[in-house]
Design a protein. Structure first.
Length: 127
């Protein structure tokens, strides 16, 4: 069963983001970096919603999570477009495809920047 403590979600989000940074620095695989960025944002948003509503949400859509978070924080909507971009890397990077799309340098940096911004924004809201 998933934790019902929002701080646990924040910790896991930060771990995923740190993992993304390490993978990026090691030049391992941009698709893995993008996936871990998506995971970091997802977990941070789930924690944020849990903190404010005591409701643990299911699903992986960053758009859905941003919409839920915006019910009590209108300013978080500013991340919608960037989260929509990162959201595409959840499933696509996890399964082989006939013609794999490479995640390029620009895209992976965009994912890292978005994850950093969302995590920082939510952290700035206080515990």
């Amino acid at each position: 069963m998933d934790s019902r403590r929002y701080r646990d979600w924040y910790v896991k989000a930060k771990q995923d983001f740190r993992g993304a940074e390490i993978l990026f620095e090691a030049e391992v695989d941009n698709s893995l970096v993008a996936f871990h960025c998506q995971q970091a944002i997802e977990k941070m948003l789930k924690g944020y919603v849990l903190k404010n509503t005591e409701q643990l949400l299911e699903g992986h859509s960053l758009i859905f999570l941003i919409r839920r978070a915006s019910r009590f924080d209108e300013d978080i909507r500013r991340f919608t477009k960037d989260c929509a971009f990162v959201n595409q890397f959840y499933i696509e990077t996890r399964y082989p495809a006939d013609i794999p799309d490479e995640v390029d340098e620009f895209e992976v940096k965009e994912c890292l920047d978005t994850a950093r911004d969302v995590l920082s924004y939510i952290e700035s809201k206080g515990e």
